[in-house]
Design a protein around this ligand. Structure first.
Ligand code: AMP
Ligand code: ZN
Length: 467
């Protein structure tokens, strides 16, 4: 079997054939840096990392661009209205937009590193590509796809007979079902802003001169302009979360394909949501606008390892919804630690080259090639540990597969820095045990636990772990 990837364009798994193998041009929509990422956003970035690692493992040479949106993403993004999220962040924090962008870009970088996500070849900032965005709008204007209304330059979706093909949008239905027209100056409900004008009564921190007057780019044009500037007119794969299918990616396709006359991306791949259960028991998408979001920092503060969260996300296929719960995160952390423990207990490692024809390795390849089936890979890991392969061979295989899983399994177990106070209590407990003073030894164990450490007795010795 060869690599098959699900393509949202055709709603089917297709044999993957990049334009110029082994090169693969990959573009993934990145964060808007006005707030922390939530673990739902991070689930999408982990899926994209698995895709990239899978491609590299199978011998492709991936060039990956991800954008950093630092201007133009409006709070009412589907209606081209509301406030710029960056300016909103700036007011909330009493910092300049540039400071806000810098702060949250750094937070994003830390999350990506903690989750073992391989950096894109470049993280392109929208504010560094204003000239390219203006040029693209100019091209669309020259080709007759734009019109001007009081608040900006808009794309006329009525001029594009293919508009909404990937999302399979029912344009007539959308028009008929439209509530109050949000902007009565728009020709079609699906039209969207390419360039927004600064309003005279609002002093924006970020604005640029343009052939149409001072203003700022629309959110969708950023991705088209940066993707094409860095990777050329046609990408091999473009990714994002499923929420991007009906609007953001639909608009990226309309702008790019009408500007160049070429397909914008051959594959479109979308990660499903991480959902959360509300107090009333309903399931809803984790979202920044709903304030129901959890950050990686919060997970860390509660004692979870970021890679345990990565491990958890691999338990569901990227095209399936995943429900977050603390219980399942706890179970994932336990399983993740068990796996690391099992591997660190094996002293030597088998020869991976000799194992490549082994049926377990073949099963691994089949799972990856079948649209990145990571739940199957995880099941295979446990099967391998239970198999009659020698321990060193088991370790060699699992560490090899970790090139795709990215769980940091080859890292040495980091030594916990145990404070002196805890070591003293542990020594006292060992003494109590030696004297068979079980009451005292139990009470000391509880004291140690209350301070956040756990004692594991091992033969004559013991090990102290942070809980
Ligand atoms: P945003 O900053 O809202 O543009 O989101 C960044 C990325 O995360 C996009 O690719 C979104 O589609 C994706 N995303 C947003 N919410 C979720 C969620 N609850 N679960 C998974 N991915 C999400
Ligand atoms: Zn995008």
């Amino acid at each position: 079997m060869k690599l098959h990837l699900y393509n949202t364009l055709t709603r089917s798994k297709e044999l993957f054939t990049p334009q110029n193998p082994p090169a693969v041009k990959l573009y993934t929509c990145g964060p808007t840096v006005y707030n922390y990422m939530h673990i739902g956003n991070l689930r999408t970035y982990i899926f994209e990392d698995i895709l990239k690692r899978g491609l590299s493992y199978l011998g492709y040479e991936v060039k990956h661009i991800m954008n950093i949106t630092d201007v133009g993403h409006l709070t009412l993004e589907n209606e081209d209205s509301g406030e710029d999220k960056m300016e909103k962040g700036s007011r909330r924090e009493g910092k300049t937009v540039w400071e806000v962008a810098e702060f949250y870009t750094q937070a994003f970088t830390r999350d990506m590193e903690a989750l073992n996500i391989i950096r894109a070849d470049e993280w392109t900032k929208a504010t560094d590509y204003i000239a390219e965005q203006i040029k693209l709008v100019r091209t669309l204007e020259q080709k007759g796809f734009t019109y001007r209304i009081s608040d900006g330059i808009y794309f006329d979706t009525g001029k594009d007979p293919h508009y909404g093909k990937m999302a399979r949008l029912d344009k007539a239905g959308l028009e008929a079902g439209a509530r109050v027209e949000i902007n009565p100056e728009k020709r079609n409900i699906t039209d969207f802003a390419l360039w927004k004008f600064s309003t005279p009564n609002e002093k924006r921190q970020m604005e640029w001169p343009s052939p149409w007057g001072a203003g700022f780019p629309g959110w969708h044009i950023e991705c088209s302009a940066m993707a094409m500037a860095k990777l050329g007119d046609t990408l091999d794969i473009h990714c994002g979360g499923v929420d991007h299918i009906p609007v953001h990616h639909t608009n990226e396709i309309a702008q790019s394909e009408n500007a160049t006359g070429k397909p914008f991306s051959r594959w479109w791949m979308h990660g499903e949501f991480l959902n959360i259960i509300t107090d009333k028991g309903a399931e809803e998408k984790m979202s920044k606008s709903k304030d129901n979001f959890l950050t990686l920092e919060l997970l860390k503060n509660k004692g979870f390892e970021p890679l345990a969260y990565r491990f958890m996300t691999l338990g569901a296929h990227y095209r399936s919804k995943m429900q977050f719960s603390w219980t399942s995160l706890e179970a994932s952390q336990t399983a993740y630690k068990k796996l690391k423990h099992a591997l660190s207990g094996i002293d030597s490692i088998g020869n991976i080259e000799a194992l490549k024809s082994n049926e377990y390795h073949q099963k691994f390849l089949s799972a990856i090639e079948d649209d990145l089936n990571m739940p199957q890979v995880l099941a295979l890991v446990w099967d391998t540990l239970k198999s009659d392969l020698s321990k060193p061979d088991q370790k060699a295989l699992i560490l090899e597969w970790d090139k795709v899983m990215g769980l940091g399994l080859d890292q040495k177990q980091e030594k916990t820095e145990v404070p002196q106070e805890i070591m003293d209590l542990a020594a006292k407990r060992a003494e109590a045990r030696a004297n068979k003073n079980w009451k005292q030894s139990d009470s000391l164990r509880d004291q140690i636990l209350a301070k956040g450490y756990k004692i594991e007795d091992m033969g004559k010795g013991y090990r102290i772990e942070k809980v």
